[in-house]
Design a protein. Structure first.
Length: 157
């Protein structure tokens, strides 16, 4: 299921970064943006960088959105890691819908997890129950993370 994936950056005429995204077929994705996004007419330049896998492209996309602050990107999902590869192999919604039984069989029989993507962006995690604990472990923040890190105190006699 691993396919070469593009990371693209869209700029306006003043070289301001408008949007960062990923797609296996950027031309198709650009047509979707053209028909759906009100900011599309401002796009004057496209920069495309290819990655060997969707996971690598998604990780770079997340970094680029965080550090480069494109004007029109929405923030990504909270369970997707800031550092490194996604928590599981990406599979597009199109691929899932084309052959849902094969994907579910891998989850059930092989205990494999998948990050479901739509237009190259992570939208859901499909995982067997024991794998969810492994994937989510250590990704809590704030009070929950501090409480989890504190050793339990023995009860006073």
């Amino acid at each position: 299921m691993t396919k070469r994936t593009a990371l693209y950056r869209l700029y306006d005429a003043g070289d301001q970064l408008l949007y960062v995204g990923v797609a296996q077929d950027p031309k198709v994705r650009f047509r979707q943006h053209r028909s759906e996004k009100p900011w599309w007419p401002a796009v004057a330049m496209k920069d495309i960088e290819w990655f060997p896998s969707a996971g690598a492209a998604l990780s770079e996309e997340r970094r680029a959105i965080k550090e480069e602050c494109p004007r029109h990107n929405e923030r990504s999902v909270p369970w997707f890691p800031d550092d490194g590869e996604p928590p599981a192999e990406p599979v597009s919604m199109v691929a899932l819908m084309a052959n849902p039984h094969a994907v579910i069989k891998e989850v059930v029989d092989e205990r494999k997890a998948f990050v479901i993507t739509r237009y190259g962006r992570p939208i859901a995690l499909l995982s067997p129950i024991p794998r969810i604990d492994q994937i989510v472990k250590g990704r809590t923040t704030g009070r929950r993370a501090k409480k989890a890190a504190e050793p339990e105190q023995p009860e006073a006699p």
